[in-house]
Design a protein around this ligand. Structure first.
Ligand code: NAD
Ligand code: IPM
Ligand code: MN
Length: 349
């Protein structure tokens, strides 16, 4: 029998609450496998920074590298918390992990589950994935301020787009489209304004499309894509887009498919040169933290994405089916975070 070494980073706010349920489901679904899942927990995040002054020390990053995968909750302080500089943990810990471990595919599936109410009146059959670039864009560019504090201050944030970075994520998105029944890919960008990066993305999609003759593709400016996400989300199959557009699109995608509490993601290193990391799309939700009000389903579905990435397709499918069943029976009566986790863990066992 083999062992899978998993790093677990619960983080801040509702992170530890939803991760406890995700781990519960993981244990339940893997208990009859030949493989042992060995979990090592790492205390990182805003609370950890307040206690220690550490964001992500090099030694911790080196230890994390030695795992087969990372399960991540959420990090970050409440927006009004003045004890910690805004975004410090997000950039120096979460983004540092995504960049250092080369998580170039940020995979974010969006599906409207039977039984879940969408805020849209007639959403149709919504089932698409967003392949968000994870290592470049405005997240990786240099920024700066000139003449700061004067009326002539100039603030810049550069969006970094490399041919290598764009090509590898576009090819991944085409591969995923090729494996889906509808075989359709939509590039979402804004090449009417973002001329240079926009054209790099567009040219790359045209070039890579030639390798996938069975996949149809089209293009939408990001603003128009937001119209269609609300008026006709069922038209989408695979969306490929840059890091910042992908961030924004996937919160809207979560909202139209019944809420951020259901949206899972994988930060995937498709070359497998470092561990991939799986996390809910949502943040630390300081407004509901510590109250057992968070929906752990997004974290649980992130476990399914992780299991599939690690080659446990059957266990992944069992988690997804259990979520399907749990969600189909949701009546609107509130349950605690742990009650939802218990119910799904019972359904997979
Ligand atoms: P958020 O996603 O934490 O919360 C937005 C809204 O969604 C809140 O009303 C929250 O209560 C609700 N929500 C989120 N997850 C939920 C769940 N599982 N069940 C039910 N409701 C849920 O976004 P925010 O408020 O903009 O950010 C809070 C902090 O989290 C910030 O510090 C931000 O930087 C950070 N953040 C971290 C990550 C991450 O770790 N990957 C992602 C997004 C935001
Ligand atoms: C997400 C988050 C992060 C992002 C932040 C916290 C850096 O919003 O995972 O969607 O922008 O990628
Ligand atoms: Mn986000």
């Amino acid at each position: 029998s083999s062992t899978v070494q998993l790093a677990v980073i619960p983080g801040d706010g509702i992170g530890p609450e939803v991760i406890a349920e995700a781990v519960k489901v993981l244990h339940s679904v893997t208990s009859d496998l030949d493989t042992t899942f060995a979990l090592t927990e790492y205390q990182l995040g805003a609370e950890h920074w307040l206690a220690s002054g550490e964001t992500l020390p090099d030694e911790t990053l080196a230890k994390l590298r030695d795992h087969d995968a990372i399960l991540f909750g959420a990090v970050g302080a409440a927006p009004g918390d003045t004890r910690i500089p805004s975004g410090l943990i997000e950039r120096e810990m979460l983004l540092k992990l995504r960049f250092s471990l080369d998580h170039f595919v940020n995979l974010r599936p969006s599906r409207l589950y039977p039984g879940i109410a969408s805020p849209l009146a007639s959403p149709g059959d919504v089932d698409f994935i967003v392949v968000r670039e994870g290592t470049e864009g405005p997240y990786a560019g240099n920024g700066g301020t000139l003449r700061g504090g004067t009326p002539h201050e100039i603030a810049t944030e550069v969006s970094l787009n490399t041919a290598h970075g764009v090509e590898r994520v576009v090819r991944d998105a085409f591969r995923r489209a090729n494996d889906r029944p509808r075989r359709h890919l939509t590039l979402v960008h804004k090449h009417n304004v973002l001329v240079y990066s926009g054209h790099l993305w567009r040219r790359t999609v045209e070039a890579v499309a030639a390798e996938f003759p069975e996949v149809t593709h089209d293009y939408l400016h990001v603003d128009a894509a937001m119209i269609f996400l609300v008026t006709d989300p069922a038209r989408f199959d695979v969306i490929v887009t840059d890091n910042l557009f992908g961030d924004i699109i996937t919160d809207l995608a979560a909202a139209i498919t019944g809420g951020i509490g259901l949206a899972a993601s994988g930060n995937i290193n498709m070359d497998r040169t470092a561990p991939s990391m799986f996390e809910p799309v949502h943040g630390s939700a300081p407004d509901i933290a510590g109250q057992q009000k968070a929906d752990p389903t997004a974290a649980i579905l992130s476990v399914a994405l992780m299991l599939r990435h690690l080659g446990f397709d059957d266990a992944a499918a069992r988690v997804e089916r259990a979520v399907d069943d749990d969600v189909a029976g949701r009546t609107g009566t509130p349950r605690t975070t742990a009650q939802i986790g218990d119910a799904i863990a019972a359904l997979v066992s």
